[in-house]
Design a protein around this ligand. Structure first.
Ligand SMILES: [Fe+2]
Length: 423
């Protein structure tokens, strides 16, 4: 954890300092500054990792700025007076940059909240303001925004409530930087009643630069969610590659500060896992700069604790999400070891369902069936749905059932299947 905090703080401060030197850093986040344009929100906002009274509002500005989000809810006494949250670093300083992540906290369950973003351009501040009065900061334009920038949709969201046993969500994956596919799969009729959108990895070929993250898929996802529908992200192996892979959590923060995490919806416990790279640390692809072996040991220790928790065991349902299915992916000892490490825990976790991606084609595997494509004779202990690269998976849950359908790029639905009938 200490490494993460230090890295993030260093990354943000270093990037701002370099912006004033003209040096191009290894990571160029916060440096896509349009000095001659008017201040604007250039990407987002999008709502991430909504759970337990918290949600992160993420957006970008075209100029270096400080940012805040003002929240209001007539239904929640705590928010009947507007409350303001800042984009702050872990050290207490307000973050100055172009990428903004503002955590909203202490939200009550089952309420509707409206939010307004305020950004204030920072022209100079005391570290770089030569000859200025000590501590002086020179602000520029101020922008206030309570509608989604690409349209007029008001910025509102509803927090989930366990009192409501009904929910639905939509999953897309393996988009590999084809935003048109995102637009087709996340068209409004497919998002109707969706409580959240799940991005199940490999959204780009390589997590190489900021422009690619947004042009490649995230602008299309954000426009579809238009600041109202929460998003969760499960990292795939392709997000582990490229210059920006280390900055993944800056763009897609989670409550754990790790790409793996858990959340609750409608009494259902969701485990979001991260199998990392699908190649060994010693492979050419990893280039001698990965230590996924230690990372996955750490994650499996976390997973063991989570599945032993009362909250997990007593949940109405347990759904695991993983880009890579934790089954044999090939003959390499590495892949087997990863699979064995996670399967050993998941097999005892009384899962109702696992949702995976990575193979680019659809499979539905019933509990007790042999895992498709595997050369090992592994019988799965819970149903697994693997979504395709040009399909969206829609899942509906109510008090007594979980059903799913696939949606193709043209908007055609398969028949809805009740999970109970898979057993
Ligand atoms: Fe993949």
């Amino acid at each position: 954890m200490a490494y993460n905090m230090d890295r993030k703080t260093f990354f943000k401060v270093f990037a701002v300092l370099l912006a004033n030197t003209g040096i191009t850093p290894a990571f160029a986040a916060n440096l896509n500054v349009e000095n001659n344009a008017s201040l604007k929100i250039s990407e987002g906002p999008y709502l991430l990792s909504m759970d337990g009274g918290k949600v992160c509002v993420v957006f970008m500005t075209n100029k270096r700025a400080v940012a805040s989000v003002e929240v209001f809810s007539p239904d929640d006494k705590n928010f009947s007076q507007n409350k303001i949250f800042f984009d702050s670093s872990p050290t207490g300083r307000k973050h100055i940059g172009t990428l903004h992540a503002v955590w909203l906290e202490n939200l009550a369950a089952g309420n509707t909240y409206s939010y307004k973003i305020e950004v204030k351009e920072v022209l100079e501040y005391w570290e770089t303001y030569k000859g200025a009065k000590y501590g002086a900061t020179k602000f520029g334009d101020i922008l206030k925004c309570d509608t989604y920038p690409n349209g007029s949709n008001p910025l509102i969201f509803k927090t989930p409530s366990d009192k409501n046993p009904e929910m639905s969500f939509i999953v897309i994956n393996d988009i590999h930087q084809t935003p048109k596919t995102v637009q087709q799969l996340l068209q409004p009729k497919n998002l109707s009643n969706a409580d959240f959108i799940l991005l199940n990895g490999d959204m780009v070929n390589t997590f190489q630069n900021e422009e690619l993250i947004f042009k490649g898929f995230m602008r299309a996802v954000s426009d579809a969610a238009h600041g109202n529908i929460p998003i969760f992200y499960a990292r795939g192996n392709h997000e582990c590659r490229g210059k920006y892979s280390e900055a993944f959590l800056d763009y897609f923060p989670t409550k754990t500060g790790k790409p793996y995490y858990a959340f609750m919806r409608a009494g259902t416990f969701f485990l979001v896992l991260d199998m990392g790279e699908d190649k060994p640390d010693s492979s050419a692809e990893c280039g001698g700069i990965t230590d996924f072996d230690s990372y996955q040991k750490e994650e499996s220790n976390w997973l063991e604790k989570i599945v032993a928790s009362k909250e997990f065991k007593t949940a109405k349902r347990r759904i695991a999400i993983s880009h890579i299915p934790p089954f044999e992916l090939g003959e390499s000892p590495y892949n087997r070891a990863i699979g064995n490490r996670f399967r050993k825990i998941l097999d005892k976790a009384n899962l109702n369902l696992m949702i995976c991606a990575h193979w680019h084609e659809r499979f539905v595997v019933k509990s007790g069936e042999r895992f498709p494509k595997s050369k090992l004779d592994i019988k799965v202990k819970y149903p697994i749905i693997i979504n395709g690269k040009k399909d969206a998976l829609k899942v509906k849950i109510d008090d007594s059932s979980l059903s799913f359908a696939f949606i193709n790029e043209k908007g055609g639905y398969t028949e809805w299947v009740d999970l109970n009938k898979l057993k």
